[in-house]
Design a protein around this ligand. Structure first.
Ligand SMILES: C[S@@+](CC[C@H](N)C(=O)[O-])C[C@H]1O[C@@H](n2cnc3c(N)ncnc32)[C@H](O)[C@@H]1O
Length: 521
């Protein structure tokens, strides 16, 4: 959504109130978890953060300041991060539209720094969508190594693809719709010994050619069949689905069966990922601005999606499952960051404790740069927490090789990075993400994908997908020509898929939605 195009009256309506009348059930949840409700009245003082694409000329800062009409305050401990006042909308700015800046909260930045990505690393982001951290990871990677993003929600992962493309960060990346608790595909080029056998000679559809957004004939047939059978979605499988790969991701020319084959535990030890980020699905209670959105969505939704006991129980299992599988995919000596945007001990320290009790080869490591971060200690030694406002914690764990029975531990690190005064993960520059229709998708997806839970909600980061009709009715329904890949799609507001700011996920009912239907006028 391009906020510059929303009439000022609408803009005001979208601003949540500074202090919220929190419902009893949420107050109870906070009480049970020892959290102070006063946290949620501070949203109007929490800055928003943006990150400048590395390499952006310093003089651009002045230009952005004059465009946004505010000062950009450099965050000394986070390279390329700037704080801006919370009420500033960036989505309408040229700097944003030209891909010079993106919205990402400071605590997310800390999680990525904690991962300490090095040139040549193979990096896995196991809960990647909507993709702010993925973009930063891609930036850190530079022109070597590889980045694999996984998320169980296809439409959210499609937003990651849009972001990677918009910021020209996708060349070394690949994106899989998959359950992160069982995903087992290793990085390419990590098993060179046997790779020759998998380099394709004839392209008969079993070899990766350059990625295109055009759907294959096979895919189109599948979705036609699904439609004919009365289902808006193609039948789901639990097989990972590759929805994007960049030209330098190493896939082009390889046989699909080589790239997509599941790995064994032993193979992961030697050929797994160097770095894994598990930014797990959580109750999002540490995201003050996210909680504020329930004022609009309805507090009953908060009950159902955040506080529901059954859901929370499942969530803890999911978090442990994601952490365990992420660890399994690390190569020996690799490291992992576990992070959530919940403030609860249950979803953070306890999950990590449980994990550690079952994985003796995993140890906590100290994250040295965190010494200069505005953090305080968390509940376990070497964990850090933020102050009153926001929590994000990272566990940094070594690759373990107990599966080989070698029995020696590697240094592991659990860091609760918490950023004093850093913003809660807040509304991204592109407005609200979770609209009623989207919630349906989450739930539907959860039913269709084993391991998936209905989401508590997006982090509100830079997700560029929205249902215009729901948010800003009346959206203009004038049609413009569709890109070839969108044939079969019946969107709310049609736009060419190539346009920046468009999510094209041909298999979902949400279809293709312009950021703002009025642009089509
Ligand atoms: C906190 S958000 C991740 C935010 C993201 N790292 C970012 O920086 O934009 C959690 C994500 O986990 C995903 N998720 C939930 N269950 C999952 C599962 N079983 N496997 C993989 N991803 C899952 C959700 O779809 C959601 O996008």
């Amino acid at each position: 959504m391009d906020s510059s195009e929303i009439p000022p009256s609408d803009r005001r309506e979208e601003q949540p109130p500074a202090s919220l009348p929190l419902p009893a059930a949420f107050l109870e949840f906070l009480g049970e978890n020892g959290l102070d409700p006063a946290l949620y009245s501070k949203a109007d003082t929490i800055p928003r953060y943006i990150r400048l694409k590395p390499g952006t000329e310093p003089m651009v800062v002045t230009e952005i300041e004059s465009e946004l009409k505010c000062d950009l305050m450099k965050v000394s401990w986070l390279p390329d991060f700037y704080a801006i006042p919370p009420e500033i909308q960036i989505a309408g700015s040229m700097a944003y539209q030209q891909g010079k800046i993106y919205g990402i909260d400071a605590a997310s930045g800390a999680a990525i720094l904690a991962l300490d990505v090095q040139p040549g690393d193979h990096v896995l982001d196991l809960c990647a969508a909507p993709g702010a951290k993925l973009c930063m990871l891609a930036d850190m990677l530079g022109s070597t190594g590889s980045l694999t993003g996984v998320d169980v929600a296809k439409h959210r992962l499609a937003a990651c693809r849009t972001m990677l493309q918009k910021y020209s960060l996708g060349d070394r990346s690949r994106l899989f719709v998959a359950d992160g608790t069982s995903f087992s595909i290793l990085p390419v080029n990590s098993n060179l010994g046997s790779m020759e056998a998998f380099v394709g000679i004839e392209d008969n559809g079993s070899i990766f050619s350059e990625w295109t957004s055009k759907r294959s004939w096979k895919d189109r047939q599948k979705s036609k069949k699904a439609k004919a059978a009365g289902s808006p979605h193609p039948p789901s499988t639990s097989e990972p689905e590759l929805i994007y790969y960049g030209k330098d991701s190493g896939l082009v020319g390889l046989q699909k069966r080589y790239v997509l084959r599941p790995s064994t535990d032993a193979a992961a030890c030697t050929s797994g990922y160097d770095k894994v980020l598990v930014d797990a699905e959580c109750t999002h209670d540490g995201s003050i601005k996210h909680i504020q959105k329930f004022e609009f969505w309805g507090w009953k939704t908060l009950d159902r999606r955040v506080l529901n006991v059954e859901r929370t129980g499942n969530l803890l299992q999911l978090q442990l499952g994601l952490l365990t599988n992420g660890f399994k995919l690390l190569k020996t000596g690799g490291s992992l960051v576990y992070s959530t945007c919940s403030l609860t001990v249950a979803q953070n320290e306890n999950v990590v404790q449980q994990f550690l009790s079952k994985h003796p080869s995993a140890e906590l490591l100290k994250i040295d740069p965190a010494d200069s971060w505005p953090c305080r200690s968390g509940g376990i030694q070497k964990t850090l927490r933020t102050g009153a406002v926001h929590l994000q914690r990272q566990a940094r764990l070594s690759g373990g090789d107990e599966r080989l029975g070698l029995g020696h531990g590697h240094p592991v690190d659990l860091v609760g990075v918490d950023v004093l005064g850093a913003e809660a993960v807040g509304r991204g520059p592109v407005e609200a993400v979770e609209e009623p229709g989207e919630r349906h998708e989450h739930q539907d997806h959860a039913q269709r994908r084993p391991g998936a839970l209905a989401l508590a909600g997006a982090e509100g980061q830079d997700l560029e997908v929205r249902q215009v009709a729901d948010l800003h009715a009346p959206a203009v329904r004038r049609e413009v020509p569709l890109g070839a890949e969108l044939v079969d799609v019946v969107p709310d507001a049609r736009v060419p898929a190539q346009r920046v700011g468009v999510d094209e996920d041909p298999r979902l009912r949400r279809d293709v939605v312009a950021h703002d239907g009025r642009r089509l006028e």
